[in-house]
Each structure stands twice: as structure tokens, then as C-alpha cells.
Design a protein around this ligand. Structure first.
Ligand SMILES: C[S@@+](CC[C@H](N)C(=O)[O-])C[C@H]1O[C@@H](n2cnc3c(N)ncnc32)[C@H](O)[C@@H]1O
Length: 209
């Protein structure tokens, strides 16, 4: 179900043939300087702020839900942001087949689905296969930013990061800190949960230099 009728997803929706292999980021953006990736970008609220604040950087959002991906692509077209592409795919699969080693300057994961039931924990994004891919695609010294409202998932993430053992854990500083505002990352889920006064849990996991 589309969120809005008559969405125009060109030129911000990035469609890559499964067989195409590793994408050429230079070809996609024309001379990229610093490509950042958000997983589960939803309606694009975080990337919209980043694209405005940092026009010299490039951004890719991967979003599994077709309606959100199309809405976000249309939104970036309406705002004229040529430095953002939205991919409608399962993130781990797309990263594995399409992103080169050490190609990403920052990775953002905000309010990932918590899958609270024990029998669904295996569906959680933040675990070893994802951390392996994150370590592979991030450039040396590049950050993985994480924010969640879910205390138990946060503990699970910290355990997974500790077991993985290759990231340096740091306190969270908002990637939007230069822009100001009252939000950590300003996503739709953050705004909704802030209104409910939920606590947030956050960290930066940095790839070694
Ligand atoms: C709880 S919502 C958070 C959306 C947004 N980050 C926010 O904070 O408002 C999680 C989003 O991640 C997307 N998602 C979940 N698993 C995904 C995956 N494996 N690949 C790509 N998107 C995924 C969902 O479709 C959903 O839009």
C-alpha cells in the first residue's frame, strides 16, 4: 500500500540488478567524497536533515518496506537532494552483494525492529553477520551509530559487540550535533517515543583506524 498517490521515485530510488555485483559509488553520485549509509531509513527523516546539513556528503538509505522506500525517494526528489539514494531491499543481503570493502564513511541504525519475543531474536539486525558486514564496509576509524528505545535489545547489542570484539565502543554523540535541535537523530520513531517520554539507549561502535 502506497503512503501517497502519484509518487515519483526517480531519480532518488536506486535500483540495482542482483547480478550487477559491487556498485560503483562514483558512478552513482559522480565523484563521491564521503558516502554514509542508514539501515531502516523509514520515511527518510534522518537523511533529510543530513542531506540538508551536509550537501558535500552522499547518503544511501536501505529500507525494506516498499511504501516507505518509495515515499522517501519521492521526498528527496521534492526537496531536490541529489546526494541521497534510497534502496528498497533487505539491508544485510544488499550490503553483502553490492557494497565494496572500506567504502562507507559512517553507518547509521536508528530504532531497529526489536523483535522482543525470544523465538524472534534471530531476526534482529544487530548480531554477528551484520557486525561482520559493518566491519567490512566501513572505512578505518569510521563510526557505526546506534539508537534504540529497547533496553533488552540494547543489552543484546552490547553483548554481540563485545563477543565480536573488533569495534571500539564510545558514548553516543549525535551526527547532527553541528545542526542543533532537540533530538538525537530526529527520526519519526524518536519523535514518537520522545513524546511518550521513553528512555533511549545509544552508542557508537568505531572501526579501528
Ligand atoms: C522501527 S522502524 C524505524 C524507522 C526509522 N529508523 C525511525 O527511527 O523512524 C524500523 C525500520 O527498519 C526497516 N527494516 C527492518 N529490517 C530491515 C532490514 N533487514 N533491511 C532494511 N530495512 C529494514 C523497517 O521496514 C522499518 O521501516
Amino acid at each position: 500500500m502506497a503512503l501517497k498517490a502519484n509518487l515519483i521515485t526517480e531519480p532518488n530510488l536506486l535500483v540495482v540488478d542482483d547480478a550487477a555485483g559491487i556498485v560503483n559509488l562514483e558512478e552513482i553520485f559522480g565523484c563521491p567524497t564521503a558516502v554514509e549509509l542508514e539501515i531502516g531509513s523509514g520515511k527518510g527523516a534522518f537523511l533529510l536533515q543530513m542531506a540538508k546539513a551536509f550537501p558535500e556528503r552522499q547518503f544511501i538509505g536501505i529500507e525494506w518496506a516498499n511504501a516507505y522506500a518509495e515515499y522517501a525517494a519521492d521526498r528527496f526528489r521534492r526537496h531536490g537532494h541529489a546526494n541521497v539514494r534510497i534502496v528498497n531491499a533487505e539491508a544485510l543481503w544488499w550490503i553483502r552483494i553490492h557494497l565494496a570493502d572500506a567504502s562507507i564513511h559512517a553507518l547509521h541504525v536508528y530504532f531497529p525492529d526489536p523483535w522482543p519475543k525470544s523465538r524472534h531474536h534471530k531476526r534482529r539486525l544487530i548480531q554477528k553477520p551484520f557486525l561482520q558486514q559493518a566491519m567490512r564496509i566501513l572505512r578505518p576509524d569510521a563510526p557505526l551509530y546506534i539508537v534504540t528505545d529497547h533496553a533488552e535489545y540494547f543489552e543484546h547489542m552490547r553483548d554481540a559487540l563485545t563477543d565480536f570484539g573488533q569495534f571500539k565502543l564510545e558514548p553516543f554523540t549525535s551526527p547532527l550535533h553541528l545542526v542543533g535541535g532537540n533530538f538525537l537523530v530526529g527520526t519519526n520513531f524518536e519523535k514518537k517515543y520522545a513524546a511518550e517520554k521513553r528512555p533511549f539507549y545509544s552508542l557508537i561502535a568505531r572501526k579501528p583506524a
